[in-house]
Design a protein around this ligand. Structure first.
Ligand SMILES: Cc1cc2nc3c(=O)[nH]c(=O)nc-3n(C[C@H](O)[C@H](O)[C@H](O)COP(=O)(O)OP(=O)(O)OC[C@H]3O[C@@H](n4cnc5c(N)ncnc54)[C@H](O)[C@@H]3O)c2cc1C
Length: 212
């Protein structure tokens, strides 16, 4: 393996643990707020944002409907932004409206706030709404293409397909963490997955040495 700084490494096995990249909707200054008052995981950050006026920005209405319900569990002061898309499902729309959840379909232009703390959402049509944070559904993609370069198979969610010891379909190549788990992308699950892959590496190398 050669790094971008031209350092060369050789190893008997490799664990791909390069994680995921969150591809956020194209909204001007969204990265200033992502990770401070705008998050992707209600299980990770719902408690801290509880009872605040929140926004849920959805990109996919099927997954989005479940996402909205999860966030509603933390705050009843909720609006949904489809960011330029029409909310198609009329029965879901009715259910949300009956809970007092407004659906705003205009495209978001930018957020207003200080130090990553959201105060207002400005829409492209000039309207605005006061919000103190929220949740967004990013698209999760592999942070590196090492799996592809090695010829690894991927699971339907886009994670590197592994067995219960982190082995990919390519001998000597293992994967762990978000790169293989994908969903749920959680620190403790990624860490536990790393333990499984390292046990896989150790088992396979030990057996190989023993039988030689
Ligand atoms: C905003 C945000 C909030 C979160 N909050 C929580 C939370 O509250 N609780 C929780 O459990 N989880 C949370 N998560 C998820 C958690 O961060 C991940 O599940 C966890 O970090 C995954 O660990 P990992 O080691 O698999 O990948 P990562 O932590 O992503 O580590 C991958 C590493 O590989 C490196 N890398 C990538 N590509 C290359 C390359 N080509 N060459 C060299 N190095 C490379 C990266 O720089 C990085 O250091 C959050 C994630 C985000 C984005």
């Amino acid at each position: 393996m050669v790094t971008s700084e031209n350092e060369r490494y050789q190893s008997k096995t490799i664990i791909i643990s390069t994680g995921l990249k969150d591809v956020l909707p194209s909204i001007d200054n969204i990265t200033d707020y992502y990770g401070s008052s705008l998050f992707h995981c209600p299980y990770c950050d719902g408690w801290e944002l509880r009872d605040r006026p929140l926004v849920v920005i959805i990109s996919d209405q099927v997954q989005g409907f479940h996402f909205i319900q999860t966030v509603y569990n933390w705050s009843k002061d909720l609006i949904v932004c489809t960011n330029g898309k029409t909310f198609q499902n009329s029965s879901q729309k009715n259910l949300l409206q009956n809970k007092g959840i407004k659906i705003l379909e205009n495209k978001i232009e930018r957020f207003v706030g200080e130090n990553g703390q959201m105060e207002k959402i400005i829409f492209e049509n000039g309207e605005s709404v006061l919000r103190k944070g929220g949740f967004v559904m990013p698209q999760l993609v592999q942070a590196s293409d090492f799996g592809k370069q090695f010829g690894c198979e991927y699971n339907p969610l886009g994670g590197i397909a592994v067995d219960s010891f982190g082995r990919t379909n390519i001998q000597g190549v293992y994967a762990a963490g978000d790169a293989s788990v994908i969903n749920p992308a959680q620190l403790i699950i990624a860490a536990a997955d790393g333990v499984r892959a390292s046990a896989g590496v150790n088992t396979d190398l030990t057996q190989k040495d023993f039988l030689e």
